[in-house]
Write a protein that binds this ligand. Structure first.
Ligand code: KE4
Length: 424
């Protein structure tokens, strides 16, 4: 029997909660049946029914070189033939770390882990261990993975399903997480005024991608830096999504502020399970085995995954003006969406940071989570379905970000704009 998406989804519901292994893939907030993907080729996805889609999700960011990039695949196959995992040091870990540190020159050392969740969870523990303090500050609408301390007023899938604060997180954990408003320095100042001496860190997406795309204002980031310095707290930039996406040096290409800790994921693994945290040596050397902050992982620094990351970053580093090209295509895409909306007298707000793009069906610019929540999610859902029918694969949630890869051609941009113009 040739499987179709609906039959595959029905069968998957018997195997997984919601039929998926990550909630946002279930298309619950936009409706319809998620395509089951058979393969990716360059800028395209193909589902099991043979339908082709222009891919603007790119596995939620990692595939900046498009699907099945030959140099990445060759590196993975070559490395896999030598063995999949050793649980011992390899030169590939050092090679990928040297590439990342050569770009993020405000950091001295890294620790590789397997997911962004693990990277940010470890960054919090490191900040708490390094400062001897327990409280953390996060922002409503920012998503930093699904560790307990961070599933408080979170974005991404948590916001999508209206459960920004998850069940199962003990209130004793949640009370150690203080929540402030994005782009609202006064809301952070208040927390520091009240409890500054007990705050270990402020964790932020410096370019928020999990409430839709909402960049932080420079004065706001400068203010966070000043508050952390004044009160002895550490500033953590969560660049799991924006790292090597907003620019070669991610958000650092858009702000003069330098954090104490940076977390990475997605692009640095090129589609395989790689994430990391980095800091100055006096901070990160608190990690075991040197320091007393414990962290470990069976597949941390996995050589096959490292090889994918090395091949990806080498290509990004060696391709001149790549982010200018990706940014120009992102601007042209959302400019086309905005023009299509104007033709229909629909208000659309757009944002671009390097290869990242976002849009909100809203009459006013979106600068924080309330602004994102106030946007017309129903219209987004209808637009998403109409675009999918026209072979354009957008993130299935208003609270996500879209991506341009090196394989997102000008012709694909034209096709996506035409689809937006013909969508009801
Ligand atoms: P992972 O544990 O999913 O590798 O990374 C967590 C994470 C941490 N920080 C930021 C800024 C992130 O965007 C993420 C994960 N992003 C979501 C999409 N917005 C992953 C997709 C999903 O949850 O299925």
């Amino acid at each position: 029997m040739t499987l179709n998406n609906q039959a595959a989804f029905d069968a998957a519901q018997k195997l997984f909660a919601g039929g998926v292994n990550s909630p946002v893939r279930a298309f619950k907030s936009v409706g319809g049946t998620p395509p089951f993907i058979d393969r990716g080729e360059g800028g395209y996805l193909y589902d099991i029914e043979g339908k082709r889609y222009i891919d603007f999700v790119q596995s939620w960011g990692p595939l900046i070189l498009g699907h099945a990039n030959q140099s990445v695949i060759d590196a993975v196959v070559r490395t896999a033939k030598k063995g999949l995992s050793f649980g011992a040091p390899t030169l590939l870990e050092s090679e990928l770390a040297e590439l990342i540190l050569s770009i993020y020159d405000c950091l001295d050392k890294l620790r590789f882990v397997s997911t962004g969740t693990e990277a940010v969870m470890t960054a919090l523990r490191l900040a708490r261990g390094a400062t001897g303090r327990d409280l953390i500050v996060k922002f409503r609408g920012c998503y930093h993975g699904h560790s307990d301390s961070l599933l408080v007023e979170a974005g991404s899938g948590a916001a999508t399903f209206g459960a920004p604060s998850s069940l199962g997180v003990p209130s004793d954990f949640a009370k150690l997480t203080l929540v402030a408003e994005y782009n609202d320095l006064a809301s952070v100042q208040k927390l520091f005024d009240e409890r500054g001496g007990a705050i270990a860190c402020v964790v932020i997406e410096p370019i928020a991608g999990n409430m839709g795309l909402v960049p932080a204002d420079e004065p706001f980031l400068q203010g966070l830096r000043a508050l952390c310095d004044r009160h002895g707290a550490l500033l953590i930039f969560d660049e799991v999504m924006s790292g090597f996406r907003a620019a070669l040096n991610g958000a650092l290409g858009w702000t003069r502020v330098r954090p104490d800790i940076v977390t990475f994921g997605k692009v640095i693994g090129g589609g395989m399970s790689v994430a990391a945290l980095g800091a100055k040596r006096e901070i990160i050397d608190n990690l075991s085995p040197i320091g007393k902050v414990y962290q470990a992982g069976t597949l941390s620094g996995n050589p096959v995954a490292m090889a994918a990351g090395v091949a990806t970053l080498r290509t990004l580093i060696d391709t001149p003006n790549i982010y200018d090209t990706l940014g120009a295509r992102a601007q042209r895409l959302v400019g086309g969406f905005a023009a299509a909306a104007r033709e229909k007298n629909i208000a659309l707000q757009t944002a671009v940071r390097g290869s990242m793009f976002g849009f909100f069906f809203s009459g006013k610019p979106v600068r924080d989570f309330d602004g994102a929540l106030a946007s017309d999610a129903a219209r987004f859902a209808a637009f998403h379905g109409a675009m999918l029918k026209r072979g354009v694969y957008l993130a299935p949630s208003q609270f996500e970000t879209g991506f341009i890869s090196t394989q997102t051609s000008e012709a694909m941009i034209d096709e996506a704009i035409a689809a937006a113009r013909s969508a009801p």
